[in-house]
Design a protein around this ligand. Sequence first.
Ligand code: NDP
Length: 255
Amino acid sequence: MTNSPAPHANRVAVVTGASSGIGEAAARRLAASGAAVALVARRADRLETLAKEIERDGGTALVLAADVADADAMRAAAAEVEAKLGRADLLFNNAGVMLAAPIDELATGDWQRMIDVNMTGLMNAIGAFVPQLVASAAEKGVADLVNTSSIGAQAVFPSFAVYVASKAYVTHLSKNLRADLGPKGVRVAAIEPGLVETELQGHVTDAGALEWLDGVRETLTWLKPADIAETVAFLTSLPARVNLQQITVMPTAQV
Ligand code: NDP
């Protein structure tokens, strides 16, 4: 499969967080290798522009402006994908938000936002699309659920406890979902990137965290979103028997 020029031909890929960063790059990459892509995020204008670019390059894209924290909206999105593109057989479950929230400042709104998007939103997408993934795997022999975790799932980052804990949830959930979905032909993977140049850090306002981010920006070369997109394309085009379950992708100089 990996040697084919269009290894994702005849596949229907749903990408959450497709309006910027890693999700946008993954949507472009999967479309370029033949998948019809469904683009999920809240910023409809960004998704429309991306869809036009994908279609200009010969691909197929469907815009689904939705908040992943809204379970009804995600179920409606899943129905629209099935009706317009056919059953999804790949979910790149990637939407996320990172806020620095030093615990003693009790920024409970920021805690809740990370839980709502990174955990509840992730589950809403899983709930909406797993029936299609299972049915696709039964029909085609394989389907993919790829969740975006973070190196934070394995590490300690001061001021980011809630964020990294939400990502530890993603990694451990992914490992456990393999027990339920692997026997049904659905591969489950968690990708744990280190620092990637995206809009993610733009939401951080805490002075100490900003100082740390500025420091690591100056001293090392960060990954690009395309690096993670390539990883997604690789693991979802392996032979059906191969499930890379957990992949940590680090900038070479990040320790
Ligand atoms: P970006 O901020 O560039 O992208 C985040 C995406 O998530 C956007 O498309 C945004 O779209 C979407 N999103 C956020 N909230 C919601 C919501 N409520 N509903 C739907 N979509 C939402 O950052 P990245 O590309 O870096 O982030 C992608 C993933 O990678 C995240 O899960 C992040 O935690 C993870 N990650 C990133 C790392 C990095 O260094 N950049 C490192 C490790 C992991 P919109 O605002 O339009 O809704």
